[in-house]
Design a protein around this ligand. Structure first.
Ligand SMILES: [Zn+2]
Length: 367
């Protein structure tokens, strides 16, 4: 998932069969058309980012920014916008859903239900319902409501998790996401990081990892969101650690010992500490991260869905644990094992029961 400005830099490193691009930014529709023309086989879709600007209501779960300002979308308007995405060459259309706030009280549950109900009124075969939700929907008290709505949707659902910082560092969130992935067969995780792999290991159909930090989780809506927000300092995916790190952090770690190198097609054996904040380096850092993501995905893709895939992921996490220990020992510094990786090393939870299997929903009544 990249901003329209980065799309052409990333495209050469996106595998034709397994890869694809989700485009954001003002020029995303134009870029979508260009990529469709240049690479007819590549999956490319557009996320208008409406959820970064407005909060959804039961009356208006969908909307988007246009040249004339904010535009609420009724069903006909929504259908028209989805047609427009396809006209621009998008592989499938994505609903411009506004942000769905925390699952406290019945209000936000009604907003979620309104978004699903409206999407279900569209009998299209070419759309995905985007659900940009607060991380609080993943808590034990709420996740079954979210799962019911995703299962009730006639279209695949792309979930965005919003939080200040990493949503999966929040209490119960990592477990909730796993239960959701196990329970909803047509779920895709968007605007995420390495959680893509945990989700796919637990049954998610696919994922879109953000090319920049701001695209690696949902953000609270603000009317002026969607502008620049480019951070100059380079960040790289360190595959051994299953984690994005600032290059400055790597430079601190490897100040006195030989730095880790990378054999991806961009680095070709060069050190991960070499990236500066110059434009060419930030582009190369992004390209490196894309190569490493797809290298990891190639391994996941080679496993069978189920125990083999979760076993592969557990091994990646065990290796990452060892690399964190090794790094701490070699550098003599404190290298903490991230909370989210700890959460992923725990046993996988069961799938959520369906509504009719839950106590209180038994149609036959008490016997
Ligand atoms: Zn590399």
């Amino acid at each position: 998932m990249v901003n329209d400005r980065s799309a052409t830099q990333v495209l050469p490193y996106v595998p034709a069969r397994r890869g694809g691009l989700v485009l954001t930014g003002a020029a995303a529709p134009v870029r979508c058309r260009e990529i469709r023309n240049a690479r007819p086989e590549t999956v490319v879709v557009v996320d208008y980012g409406s959820h970064t600007r407005r909060t959804a209501t039961t009356d208006a779960p969908f909307g988007m920014m246009s040249d004339q300002g904010w535009r609420h979308l009724d069903l006909a308007g929504l259908d028209e916008v989805l047609d427009g995405q396809r006209d621009n060459g998008a592989s499938y259309s994505v609903t411009p859903t506004c942000f769905i706030p925390a699952a406290d009280g019945a209000g936000s549950a009604r907003v979620l239900a309104a978004a699903t109900a409206q999407a279900n009124r569209l009998r299209r075969q070419d759309m995905v319902l985007l659900l940009p939700c607060s991380w609080r929907w993943l808590r034990r008290s709420s996740v079954s409501i979210l799962a019911e709505q995703i299962r009730a949707c006639r279209h695949p659902v792309a979930l965005v998790m919003q939080a200040d910082g990493d949503p999966l560092e929040r209490n119960q969130a990592a477990e909730g996401l796993r239960r959701l992935c196990r329970s909803c067969p047509r779920l895709v995780l968007w605007r995420t990081d390495l959680a893509a792999f945990d989700a796919m290991a637990h049954g998610a159909l696919g994922a879109a990892v953000g090319g920049s930090a701001v695209l690696r989780h949902g953000v609270a809506p603000r009317p002026d969101n969607g502008g620049g927000g480019h951070k100059a300092y380079p960040v790289v995916l360190v595959r051994r650690l299953l984690r994005y790190h600032r290059v400055a952090t790597l430079q601190d770690w490897f100040a006195h010992i030989a730095p880790w190198t990378c054999d991806c097609p961009v680095c070709r054996g060069a050190a991960l500490t070499r990236f500066t904040d110059h434009k060419a380096d930030t582009i190369a850092a992004l390209q490196h991260s894309v190569c490493e993501l797809y290298a990891l995905h190639e391994e996941l893709d080679a496993t069978l869905v189920g125990d083999e895939r979760t076993g592969w992921w557990r091994q990646q996490l065990a290796d990452a644990w060892e690399y964190h220990r090794l790094l701490a020992a070699q550098t003599g510094t404190e290298v903490s094992f991230p909370k989210v990786l700890q959460a992923w090393r725990r046993q996988s939870p069961m799938a959520l029961p369906r509504a009719q299997e839950q106590p209180g929903h038994d149609r036959a009544g008490p016997s």
